[in-house]
Each structure stands twice: as C-alpha cells, then as structure tokens.
Design a protein around this ligand. Structure first.
Ligand code: UDP
Length: 572
C-alpha cells in the first residue's frame, strides 16, 4: 500500500485493532479487509458466497487504493465490538431536567464511539424564567452548554477520539446575545463549535436596519426585541475575533428537508456539513478526486469520468450497507437512522485535482469544473440510490417524504455531503475536502529537534521538472507562507500554486456555493482569512454566503485563536 509516514502513524495510534495487551495487531491492509468484509456482510442473505466475496473485493480495492474512504468511525469500529460506524449525530434537548440530562448521557455514549454530536438549545427556556416545580429561576441555554462541555471533556480520554459538539441557538431566542459572546474567551466551552441559526426574516431585518422580535420558546410569546443590524455586527465582531460563532441558514436547510412530516431540522453535526433531524445519524464517505484523473489526448491530464462513475456507484452501495451493519448507540437513533437511510458521499483532494489539471483554485474554470464534477457525482449517486431502491426497496419513511409526491423511488433520503475529511485526507495523502492548499511547504519539527521541510508533492514535481528544487528555496517558501514574494519562481507556477491566504474571501465562498449547488446536505468549508482581514471582510463573507445559497458559513482569521477545537493536530 502507498501510505505516507504520517498516515501510518495516525492509523497505528487510533485506527488499527489492538490485542488485550494494547499492542497493535493488524496492518492497514487488515483494517481495510475487516471493514470490507463487515460492510459486504449486509448482503449475506441476498448473495451467494461467491458474489459476496466479489463485493468484498470491490470494497477492499477502492479503500486500499485510497480512492474512497468511509468516515473514521467506520474504519475504527467495523467488525469490532463497538460496531458504531457513523460520524454525525443530532440529539434533541428538551426543556426539562430529564430531557437535558438524557441528552448529556446520550452524547457521552456517542462520543465514546467516535461520533460527533450536534444540539439545538433553542427549545430551552431563557435565563431568568421561572421553574415551576422549585419556584427557582432557569439558568438558560449557555449554562447548560457548559454541562455538556464538561461531560465531553471527561469522556475524552477513554473514547476512540475526542468528542466534538455543535451548539446551535436560534437568532430569536431571548438569550442570543449571551450565546453569541459565549466563546469570546478561547478557554471557554472548548469542546463546542457554535453557530447561530439565522432565519430569512432576520436577514431581511438586517437589510432594512429594523428591529426583530425575541420569542420565549416555552410560551411562544414575545419577550422583547433587538436591532437586527446590531446583532449581525456582534456576530461579525466575534467571528473576526476568534472564528466563532459560525452561522447556519435555518429556512434554507428546512427547504431541503426531504421528510418534513417527520419534523423540523434544527441542528447540524459538529462541522456543519450534515443537517439532521433529532436522533438521526449519518455515515459519510469521501472520494479521493486526486485519483480520478487520467492522461487524455495530447498527453493532457483530464477528469476520468468512467472511473469516477464506478467509484460513486460502489461508494453508494457501500454507504447504504453501512446503515444495515451499524450498531446504533440508542434505540431512538436506530429507528430514525434506518428509517430515512441518509448517506453522505462527498469528496477530498479537490485542490490536488486542480493542480494535476493545471487549474487555479480561484478561477472561473475551477468553479465551472466544481459544478461539473459535483453535479456528476450527485446525479450518479442519486441514480445508484434509485437502482438500490429497485433492488432492496425504498427507505422505510419514504411515504412521509417529498420523493413520494414526486414519484421518485430512492433508497436513501439524502446521498451527498461534503465532509472536512480532517483525518481521512491525511490517510489518503491528499488535500482535505474542497479546501485549497493551506501551505505549499512547511517546516516540521521532529521529536529529536531536527527540522524537516514538507513540500506539496505536485509543487515538488513541478520544481524538479523546472530544475528549481532546492532545500533553501523550500525553506524560504515555508517561511513566507506563499509564493507571492519568492524570487526565482516562474509566473505560471505562482499563478497555479495558490494557498488559502492568497485566495480572496469571495472566492472561498464561491467555491463553497458551487459544491453546495450539487449537494443534498451541506458543505464543510472554512473561509480562511488573512490576519489583516477587516470586520467588513467578515460581514461580506456572511452576506455572500447568504446570497449564493450556502447553508451556513464559518470563517477563521489567521492567528486569531491559538487552539482550534477540530484542528488536525489536536484530534489524534
Ligand atoms: N468528528 C468528531 N470528532 C473529531 C473529528 C470529527 O466527532 O475529532 C465528526 C464530526 O461530526 C465531523 C465529522 O466527524 O463533522 C466528519 O469530520 P471529518 O471528515 O474531519 O472526519 P474524518 O472521517 O476525516 O476523521
């Protein structure tokens, strides 16, 4: 197998099975074999032994070749005692003591198995309102978030990986100001990402510089009002300060809710890519686009659509099977997740694919290709889900879905999601999700004090071809963070090898919006801003995301927070 040294290290640390003495007792190939056999076994009553083996081989091949990888919990837990295979969950938080602490407990069970949880705290009564049974006063959503946060902290050590949470509050909740500022101190509520759930009427009020009403969720009554623009500016300020809160567009998310009869979507998973109903879980998987290319006519690299189609088809069958072999942490989750059979197929290695094709990330050509490639994946995935419906039946809640009205038979309520692929991309040795490169080269400090210069493989190849490669040059690039001011690099290379900070905020959002147009669920993307970005830049990103149909947006201004909740270094 072609694994980088970093990939091997990550796999050994958390993914490979261990014996009773805690020693690693499988190779990466064994791991993929374990996963392939477990996932194929969903079809054991339908297929002959020979057919089953063939299916297992197909699954094994696409993983071992790093063409497709399922989300981390599937790699870690398939065929092992925990057996919990999903990365994303949403749990309800009811406005009762029992409800709140049930949710804390359920989150702990999910974290133990490597899943992340999202919660909306919007149903909790505001701070200061009365508690009938005790005659006391309620402490409000933010104080309960701290309880969830502490529980996550305590589970962290024993679990398969650090638990992650998303906390959501509606913009019209009376405690919204406290929520927006609750993470302004970097040391607070560190196991949560937070997002404000924004409504269209709120955005209209911002545009008109009008006031909007705050509503007590328990009584449904107006408790006061705020100036929408002031609230918007506060969000912008806080996000500029250290990246939080993010925002999600609740109405838009619910317009894409394919089973409105089952309830309203009120939250997403921790990184925002997967809106779910309460008690729903979703398993994700990502195709490595850097391997979906071939040498075409005149020796020019192009997208290999035949290979991509085959990979999508196998991946959809794989993810659909995961639903059947998955062991769910709660009966309610079992019921909902098997009921809607949502899967989330997405991509990683987008920036690498563009480099291979010689297309600059922030260009109309790249945007057009994003539409083409993701449009293709989405159509093929939907088609495969339709074929699976013929073969194995529609999802159980189909009658309560919009597909029924439309007369389209599908096996999965949703098929596409773009995950961050924080660890998967590291295992596959490619760029993460749809993000641009973060650096062309960087200096890595090894334990014994030596310094290693890590260089993007495509840049390295281009430099070697041009006879430019030298250790000093790579160091200079690592220090400068961009090719912009580096002498001796030809213009055409400067044009192609752009990094997150070379790319304008507007282009970050344009790329997110291009992928969102062809994604059932949502797209995980961080709009990475330079340190000198202004408040206006942040406000523009929020507006632009709103106007271009994104389901939410997250920004991060370079250097504004020392430690991020979900950065790659801290999750291992
Ligand atoms: N996740 C989590 N803890 C982590 C990283 C991820 O719970 O430390 C969950 C979370 O729901 C996130 C999802 O996994 O949104 C997908 O993240 P990513 O694609 O980075 O995971 P990978 O499969 O690459 O490990």
């Amino acid at each position: 197998m072609r694994l980088t040294e970093n990939a091997r290290k990550v796999l050994e640390k958390r993914y490979l099975a261990r014996d009773e003495d805690g020693r690693v007792c499988e190779t990466p190939e064994d791991m993929f074999r374990r996963v392939a056999a477990t996932v194929a076994s969903a079809d054991k009553d339908r297929l002959s032994e020979k057919e089953l083996k063939k299916l297992e081989e197909e699954f094994y091949d696409m993983m071992v070749n790093l063409e497709f990888l399922p989300n981390s919990p599937t790699l870690m837990n398939a065929g092992r005692p925990l057996g919990q295979l999903s990365a994303c969950f949403v749990l309800p938080v009811e406005d009762t003591m029992e409800g709140i602490f049930d949710s804390v407990k359920n989150a702990a069970l999910i974290h133990k198995s490597g899943g992340g949880t999202g919660f909306s705290f919007s149903r909790l009564r505001p701070k200061g309102s009365s508690v009938k049974s005790t005659g006391g006063v309620a402490s409000g959503p933010v104080s309960f978030m701290k309880v969830f946060n502490a529980a996550t902290e305590a589970v962290k050590q024993g679990g398969t990986r650090r638990g992650a949470n998303m906390g959501i509050l509606r913009v019209d909740h009376p405690d919204i100001l406290e929520f927006i500022t609750c993470k302004q101190n970097n040391a607070d509520i560190t196991n949560f990402n937070i997002s404000v759930a924004i409504t269209e009427s709120f955005m209209k009020a911002v545009e008109q510089n009008a006031d909007y009403d705050l509503i007590d969720p328990r009584t449904g009554k107006k408790t006061g009002s705020l100036n929408a623009r002031e609230v918007f500016d506060l969000m912008v300020n806080m996000a500029w300060k250290n990246g939080e809160p993010g925002i999600i567009f609740l109405d838009r998310i619910n317009r894409d809710n394919v089973t409105p009869q089952l309830g309203e979507i009120e939250s997403t998973n921790p990184c925002g890519e997967q809106p779910l109903l309460p008690y729903e879980a979703c398993n994700l998987g990502s195709i490595n686009l850097s391997l979906m290319v071939k040498r075409g006519r005149d020796n020019i690299m192009e997208v290999d659509y035949d290979k991509l189609r085959e990979t999508v088809r196998k991946a959809v069958r794989f993810l659909d099977n995961v639903i059947d072999v998955n062991k769910y942490p709660l009966p309610e989750i079992d019921e909902m997740t098997r009921g809607t059979r949502k899967i989330g197929l997405g991509v990683m290695g987008w920036a690498d694919m563009l480099l291979i094709l010689g297309i600059r990330y922030d260009s109309e050509e790249a945007e057009k290709l994003a539409d083409e490639v993701m449009g293709f994946i989405s159509r093929e995935a939907r088609r495969m889900s339709q074929e699976l419906a013929e073969e194995k039946g529609v999802f159980p809640y189909y009658d309560k879905s919009v597909y029924k009205e439309a007369g389209i038979k599908v096996r999965n309520a949703t098929t596409t999601t773009i995950a961050p692929t924080g660890t998967l991309s590291l295992i596959a040795g490619t760029s993460s999700g749809i993000e641009p490169l973060f650096a062309i080269s960087y200096i890595k400090y090894v334990m014994d004090g030596t310094e290693l210069v890590e260089v993007n493989p495509y840049f390295k190849a281009a430099c070697e071809e041009a006879g430019l490669y030298s250790d000093e040059l790579m160091r200079e690039i690592a220090q400068k963070g961009s090719l912009h001011d580096v002498e001796g690099i030809p213009q055409h290379m400067k044009e192609l090898f752009v990094t997150a900070h070379d790319i304008s905020p507007e282009w970050h959002v344009r790329m997110q919006a291009a992928f969102q147009r062809h994604t059932d669920n949502a797209v995980s993307k961080t709009v990475n801003l330079r340190k000198d970005a202004t408040l206006q830049d942040v406000a523009d990103v929020f507006w632009h995301a709103y106007k271009t149909g994104c389901k939410g947006v997250t920004i991060y201004r370079d250097g504004s927070r020392e430690e991020q909740v979900l950065n790659i270094g801290s999750v291992k």
